[in-house]
Write a protein that binds this ligand. Structure first.
Ligand SMILES: NC(=O)c1ccc[n+]([C@@H]2O[C@H](COP(=O)([O-])OP(=O)(O)OC[C@H]3O[C@@H](n4cnc5c(N)ncnc54)[C@H](O)[C@@H]3O)[C@@H](O)[C@H]2O)c1
Length: 484
């Protein structure tokens, strides 16, 4: 009797599940190959393709290369101009040169690849993850895992249906200090969490203005870069051959800083609150203040999520600011008998109601190792940031943005009634106004966007009686890049 090795096992179970799932979303070539997935007799090193290597993807390469149990076999990027450094990192750490592939669909077809690690812009995350899992691969996908709520749920369904391991790139979840702080919070030693506050105070400068549509760089397959998003010329700077990163501030591709840096702290905010579902309602206010540029998303934003017995408040500040309780990019959990502050990826401090330190938590972790271990064990429970966690926290950001985008302008000079009788929310708004004044924003001549209050059904993940908002749960997908 012959026992299957690890890759045979992974691919066999995936091939069976993929066939059962009907493969309705794969590109044609990928479908044929996935059906043909068969046993391979190569050694036991996991073969990884890193997709998107201009920024974060280099850290994926660095995190996987040089380990005895895996190899970065392929580097894929729609822009061939950006791959040099990723290649150098891989070569230096593992003494093997990865193959370069510009077309992500070829990565899906390559049956020697076990894992696809995705660090593309947000609009590609869900489709790339779903294609990869349908092709029998496990997935590490950057945050936010989705560009909209519906496609996020589809990744979770695909992972479950096909028994794939799918880790969200919220690496804070692997930090031992933060994990211990969350256990402490959940133990109830500080009493009930009443307000869970996420903070994304990160200075973001103007991206400037361009004079109409721009030419994408010649080194880039722009059709593939756009993928599921509309195929229209970039409306941002492309000098030095780049259109990278600033896509975060355009709704077609990004989700603002709420869905950029903010999703990390949104995830911790929901984790600490102990909620494994979306909220009952949301309202978001804010604007893009301090400069006039081509960016579309808010650089200053507050979102208030109602969880019935508790609330989650999220604050984005892109202009210079003082910290809140010593945290800038972090979290504050306001509890019945004290509060807990997370000021960094690795540390947290618990305080009593008088501000005396009760306990400190520290220590990092390795999110890539945690993922690889789960790929070996085939147990999604071993993951520190299973795709369901990524979906829920990403979806909270999307909900906040839907409310914001459906809002109406209101002068700062008018008294706000946006938050009903929610004192915490008004206190947060008052601090936001003070912050803008400190940045010389003339509030008496300025309006902000007051979002629509949205009632949400966490079970169906649909809006309640709001067709306009419901339509924003998904997007129009370009032909060949559909998620149905
Ligand atoms: N976990 C973290 O701490 C962390 C940190 C930074 C960024 N991120 C996330 O990583 C992702 C990438 O961010 P970034 O700053 O590196 O962006 P970036 O724009 O600098 O890089 C994205 C790369 O993806 C490539 N790409 C686009 N479409 C592609 C396709 N179809 N196939 C292959 N490559 C494609 C682009 O050409 C580019 O090189 C974002 O979703 C971001 O939110 C996570």
């Amino acid at each position: 009797m012959k026992f299957m090795n690890r890759r045979e096992f992974i691919h066999d179970s995936a091939a069976l599940s993929a066939l059962l799932a009907g493969l309705n979303q794969m590109p044609v070539q990928g479908k044929e190959k996935a059906k043909a997935v068969k046993k391979s007799d190569v050694n036991d090193q996991l073969r990884i393709a890193v997709v998107g290597v201009n920024g974060r993807g280099k850290e994926h390469v660095s995190g996987f290369a040089g380990r005895p149990d895996c190899v970065v076999a392929t580097i894929c990027d729609a822009d061939e101009a950006v791959i040099g450094e990723a290649m150098r990192i891989a070569e230096k750490k593992q003494h093997k040169t990865p193959k370069f592939e510009q077309d992500i669909r070829k990565v899906m077809e390559d049956k020697t690849i076990d894992i696809v690690s995705i660090a593309t812009p947000n609009h590609w995350h869900a489709l790339a993850a779903i294609w990869a899992m349908q092709a029998g691969k496990d997935v590490y996908v950057e945050k936010p895992v989705s560009h909209n709520i519906s496609e996020g749920r589809r990744i979770v369904e695909t992972a479950r249906m096909l028994n794939r391991i799918c880790q969200t790139g919220t690496q804070i979840r692997s930090s031992t200090g933060v994990r211990e702080a969350m256990d402490f919070l959940h133990s109830g030693e500080l009493g009930k969490v009443q307000v869970s506050r996420g903070l994304c105070y990160k200075t973001r400068n103007s991206i400037g203005k361009v004079d109409g549509p721009q030419e994408p760089p010649k080194t880039m397959n722009y059709d593939l870069w756009c993928g599921p998003a509309p195929f229209k010329p970039p409306h941002r700077k492309t000098e030095h051959g780049t259109v990278h990163y600033d896509w975060h501030w355009f709704w077609d591709y990004g989700n603002g800083d709420l869905g950029n840096q903010g999703i990390h702290q949104m995830d911790v905010a929901r984790w600490g609150l102990g909620k494994n579902e979306l909220a009952k309602s949301v309202i978001s206010v804010g604007g893009r203040f301090g400069y006039v540029d081509d960016g579309q998303t808010a650089n200053t934003q507050i979102c208030v999520f109602d969880y019935g017995d508790s609330e989650l408040i999220f604050e984005v500040r892109g202009l210079k600011t003082d910290p809140y309780k010593n945290a800038r990019v972090g979290n504050v959990f306001h509890c019945a008998e004290g509060y807990l502050v997370l000021g960094s990826y690795e540390g947290a401090i618990a305080f009593d109601p008088n501000g005396q330190v009760i306990k400190k938590f520290g220590g990092g972790g390795d999110h890539f190792s945690n993922f690889l271990q789960a790929v070996r064990s085939r147990k999604m429970e071993d993951l520190h940031a299973d795709i369901l966690e990524g979906h829920l926290s990403s979806a909270l950001c999307h909900l906040g943005n839907i409310s914001y985008r459906l809002g109406k302008p209101q002068p700062f000079s008018q008294k706000s009634h946006a938050f009903g009788d929610d004192k915490e929310a008004y206190e947060t708004l008052a601090r936001m106004e003070q912050h803008l004044k400190t940045n010389s924003v003339p509030l008496d001549q300025t309006s902000y966007q007051v979002g629509r209050k949205l009632a949400f059904d966490p079970k169906s993940e649909r809006l309640v009686h709001d067709k306009e908002a419901d339509a924003m749960l998904t997007r129009e997908y370009r032909k060949g890049f559909e998620i149905s």
